[in-house]
Ligand binder design. Structure first.
Ligand code: ZN
Length: 160
C-alpha cells in the first residue's frame, strides 16, 4: 500500500484537512476543530471551488483558496426570504437564527432553509444559504489522504 505522503488528492480519495474560513472583511466564519475535516473527494461533499483547488494536492501542502459565490454557496436569490407562522414548526423545534430546516413538497423533494430572525409568533426564514453571495477565503492544510473504502465510494461520503 502506498504511503500517504505519496498519494495525490483525486477522485475516491478520503482527504483530511484543517481549515479556516474567512469572508472579505477577514472575519472568521468557520474553522476546523482539533480534528481535521474529512471528506470524500469528487463527491460534491464540499463547495466546488474548494474541491477543485484541492485536486492533485499532497499531504502537508498549505494553500489559500478564494472561492467566488458561484463556486461556493451560490449567489443570493431574490424571493428567498419569507415570513411564516411559528405553528408550522413542530413544538419541539429549536428555533434560533442560523438553524437549518428542511421543507418537503408534495413529491417528497426536500429543500433546505434557514431561520433568520424570530418575531412574536412569526419566523423569518431564508431559502438562501447563510453564506450565499459571499466570497469565501479558505486557509487549508492537508493532513491526510487515503483510499476510500468500497462502501464509502458507494455511499458518496466518508465514514469517519
Ligand atoms: Zn455511509
Amino acid at each position: 500500500m502506498a504511503d500517504s505522503k505519496d498519494l495525490m488528492i483525486a477522485e475516491n480519495k478520503v482527504v483530511s484537512f484543517h481549515y479556516t474560513l474567512t469572508n472579505d472583511e477577514g472575519d472568521v466564519l468557520d474553522q476546523s476543530d482539533k480534528e481535521p475535516l474529512e471528506y470524500l473527494h469528487g463527491a460534491g461533499n464540499i463547495v466546488p471551488g474548494l474541491e477543485k483547488a484541492l485536486d492533485g494536492r499532497k499531504v502537508g501542502e498549505k494553500l489559500q483558496v478564494e472561492v467566488a459565490p458561484e463556486e461556493g454557496y451560490g449567489e443570493r436569490l431574490d424571493g428567498g426570504v419569507h415570513k411564516v407562522e411559528k405553528d408550522l414548526f413542530p413544538d419541539d423545534a429549536e428555533l434560533y437564527p442560523g438553524a437549518m430546516f428542511m421543507s418537503e413538497d408534495e413529491d417528497g423533494d426536500q429543500t433546505p432553509f434557514w431561520v433568520m430572525d424570530l418575531e412574536e409568533g412569526e419566523i423569518i426564514i431564508d431559502f438562501n444559504h447563510p453564506l450565499a453571495g459571499e466570497t469565501l477565503h479558505f486557509d487549508v492544510t492537508i493532513s491526510a489522504i487515503r483510499d476510500a473504502t468500497e462502501e464509502e465510494t458507494e455511499h458518496g461520503h466518508s465514514h469517519c
